[in-house]
Ligand binder design. Structure first.
Ligand code: NAP
Ligand code: 3JN
Length: 339
């Protein structure tokens, strides 16, 4: 019998994440029988390579989803809010990269290494978490399972690719302008990003936290199915192209030594422990970029609290943090016989 093939749509295919979704579908040999690349009217006439062919980009419309079985969305929240229900209504399983449905109790929020079973309860839409949440929960899952986590304090160092293709270009141009003695231009971020750090990702809320910070709090609770877990996040944009880094401090419910934590992490799916401080070996975004693993190092006791551990967690934000996680969700459905 011929293996089953699927009609797959990628919405936002010309963007930083969508482009990579197409590449990841190819790299991971997802059984794509037919591929539909969708973006705004601006992109009609463009093509993207897939399995050696140049595939045309079409304009996203209400009629785009006829016969589509899997629809990967990454064109922002307003596009998802309008078109994800249209795609689901046409019979597709939508895997949505935006925040539009993440906290909807009817929509599973899935990281395959952490809560794969949640995917099977979908009603047409599955949400992909925020990139900063994904890498943190992949690293913390084995510890949560073994001893429980009561509190997380996290500071992120987020690459510009998380803001999309215009931000990648803005950092490149600003670096080039500055090293050549020209005044840097600023369009995407509120301040110069080259040679700088911005302690703001997304709009500020009345609480003083940003939206990005609250995504980490609320999504972690939903994915771990633990409304009690306390999370305090500070999210910072740094002049790195690819790869988010995170300084993570946790308080565990039962004691866990750094050695035991390291052993648990070494056996965890999707995790690579890189932790030889004596020879300056630890995770760095330049090494994580282009991979699908979550790298953990600097594992040590946090002596400032009882049952405290500190660690450093790095992953490619648009691969594991977005495109690869979305394709892995589709693979989870496929392997579970739900496609
Ligand atoms: P990007 O590089 O700016 O790309 C945006 C994509 O959306 C482009 O393909 C664009 O098409 C398309 N688009 C915009 N408006 C559209 C419309 N009205 N109709 C159809 N297509 C439209 O952004 P990105 O970095 O890829 O991110 C896209 C979205 O993915 C974000 O807004 C966010 O919701 C999500 N995201 C999630 C994570 C995560 O943490 N999981 C990380 C990054 C991004 P054109 O090229 O034709 O304009
Ligand atoms: O800034 C980053 O590093 C990640 C950005 C994610 C993002 C950017 C624009 C809109 C999101 C997201 O996935 O949470 C959204 C959104 O859909 O709200």
């Amino acid at each position: 019998m011929e293996p089953k093939q699927f009609k797959v749509a990628v919405v936002g295919a010309t963007g930083a994440v969508g482009n990579l979704m197409v590449r990841v579908l190819e790299e991971r040999s997802f059984p794509v029988g037919e591929l539909k690349l969708l973006a705004s009217a601006r992109s009609v006439g463009k093509t993207l390579p897939f399995r050696g062919a140049d595939m045309p980009v079409e304009e996203l419309t209400e009629d785009s989803f006829e016969g589509v079985q899997v629809a990967l969305f990454s064109a922002g929240g307003s596009v998802s809010r309008k078109f994800a229900p249209v795609a689901a209504g046409a019979g597709a399983v939508v895997i949505d990269n935006s925040s539009a449905f993440r906290m909807d109790p009817e929509v599973p929020l899935v990281v395959p290494e952490v809560n794969p079973q949640a995917a099977f309860s979908h009603k047409g839409i599955i949400a992909n978490p925020n990139c900063s949440t994904i890498q943190m929960v992949v690293a913390l899952k084995p510890i949560q399972d073994a001893v429980g986590i009561s509190r997380i304090v996290v500071t992120t160092f987020q690459a510009v690719s998380g803001t999309g293709k215009r931000a990648i270009e803005e950092l490149r141009l600003q670096v080039s302008d500055i090293v050549n003695g020209r005044e840097p231009k600023r369009e995407v971020y509120p301040h110069q990003i080259a040679f700088n750090c911005l302690p703001q990702i997304g709009p500020f809320l009345d609480s003083g936290f940003t939206e990005e910070e609250m995504k980490m709090v609320n999504e972690t609770r939903k994915i771990f199915d633990d409304p009690e877990i306390r999370v305090c996040a500070t999210t910072v944009r740094v002049p790195v192209f690819y790869g988010h880094s995170e300084s993570v401090n946790i308080e565990t419910r039962k004691p866990l030594s750094p050695e035991e934590a390291r052993r648990l992490l070494e056996g965890a799916p999707g995790v690579k422990v890189v932790d030889r401080p004596a020879v300056s070996v630890y995770p760095m975004p330049i090494d994580a970029a282009g991979t699908d693993d979550t790298f953990v190092g600097r594992i040590r006791r946090d002596p400032s609290v009882e049952n405290g551990l500190a660690m450093w967690v790095v992953a490619d934000n648009i691969r594991k943090g977005a495109a690869s996680n979305a394709v892995q969700i589709a693979e989870t459905l496929l392997d579970g016989g739900r496609l």
